[in-house]
Structures are given as structure tokens and as C-alpha cells.
Design a protein around this ligand. Sequence first.
Ligand code: ZN
Length: 307
Amino acid sequence: MPTAVTDSANSADRQLFGCIEAGGTKFVAGIVRGTGEIIETARFDTGEPEATISATITWLQGAAARHGALAAVGIASFGPVELDYSAANWGFITRTTKQGWSNTDFAARVSRQTGVPTGFDTDVAGAGLAEARWGAARGQKISIYITIGTGIGGAAIVAGQPLTGLNHSEMGHIRLARHPDDHAFDGVCPFHGDCLEGLASGPAILARWGASLSDLPADHPGRAIIAYYLAQLVVTLQAIMEPGRIVLGGGVMGTPGLLDLVQREAERLGGGYFRGTAEQVVVLPGLGDRAGLLGGLALALDRLATG
Ligand code: ZN
């Protein structure tokens, strides 16, 4: 558990924060102290937006009544989301494939109804921030968090902040060279077919082999194929910015031995060219299932600090 979220002289250590990890299947809300201590949590199924967001806000308000006033709220949400603070739809979930959720007012509503400043970013950026501050990517000038699950998303944390251009990164949609034994499959991305997400996400694995990667036999060729694609992402990111750590999270990375395969393949594809070896750079998350709420905490702390 992080114990030094902020300088010990900083009053944020003692303050309480409302943290929301908003996922496509469940919302987790929590009251978290500035030190990272998780005081109370609740879970809600992700149903209709109105009911789900309303239940989460009501819980936060009740929890604040039990534990003390909140200094700020932080939301790490499934996306895509609008991050431009000057935009009229800042804090909205925008054009999502999640039924009923497109164009949903989320963070601004939470801020209005709780009455406190609200930080907002993608779930991937939140987890990336938490891993960079308190987890597997601590102390790195540049680190990248990738989740490989229902979708594939990534966030680069540069000098302590998620790298944002016109909007957040969409690293899951890079194009790849196909594995020689994987030419028959068209890919599942509705926009690109055989981009990384189209080839290596959980649904892509299920679509061509009928089971999750961890449920396939240990000698199934699917593992080498997925490792080949993930290794291409790794060396692409190394070529662009030589991150100190690339943290690979999400359900697919729970496959035994997959990290090792990705490291070896990335080292082979990289040809020993990059400063960091794949074994040093490519790691699993350090915060486990706390990364979501602690991502919310990082966003809440930053929002409070920037005013
Ligand atoms: Zn795509």
C-alpha cells in the first residue's frame, strides 16, 4: 500500500477522496485517504447510465456522511471520453460501443452533485498514473500502461501526467505485421479489422480459438501468436519513446507464461537495439486490483492540486 502519496507535510495525506473506477461491466466506488488507504468500497453493475451514475453518487454522498467530507473526486472511466476541460462536453463518455452510454454526462455531473472538484480520465490513464506513482513503474521518467482484455488500451505517463494529444491515446489500434500462422483470421475491430485490438484482445482470441488464452493447452500456438503481436507493440513503443517500464495488465496477461513469451519475442524483434532490455522494461502490474481506485485517487489529487 502506498504510504507516501504526497509530501508528509501536505494536508492531502489526511483528506478523504471519492474514487470511482468506472468499467464496462461494473463500477467500483471507494472512499480513499490521501495516503492511499482504502476505507470503504461499493460495487454496482454497469446498467443504464442514469441508474448507475445516480447510484454511485448517492453512495459517495452517504459514505461522505459516514466518514467525513470529501476533498475531491477522481474518476477513471471506460471510454472513449472527452478530456478537453474547455469543451462543453468535458467529462462525457463520448462515442462508445457500450449500449446506451454514448454522449453521457459523467464527471461534470458528479462534480455538480458532490460539490467538489472532480478529476477525470480513462481507466487506462488512471491505472497508468497509479502504477507510475506507487506501483511497478515507480521512479520512471516515462512509463506506459497497457491493458489487454475485452479491448486493448494504453496510456503513456510522461513526467507524472498522462500524455494527451487531441484526445487520449488509442494504442490498441496500431497496425501490425501478421504472424505467419495467423493469416486466415480477419480480426474483430469494427473500425480496422486486424489492428492490435482486432487480433489480440480477449474477444479476438475467443473468436478464433473458442477459449481464453489461459484455457488453451500450454502448447497451443495461440500463445506464441498473441505474444508476437504484443511484442510488436512493445518494440514500437520503445522506438517512439524508450519508456523505462511498459506495464502489461488486463485479463489476457493472466495467462501463465505469457509475460515471458512477450519479453523474449520483444527482445528478438528489438535486435538488442534499445537501451532497456525487454526483461527490465516489460513487467506485470504491481498494484493488482487496487490500480483502479488508486487511479481515481491520483486523478483526484491532481485535480485538487491544479484547482
Ligand atoms: Zn482498431
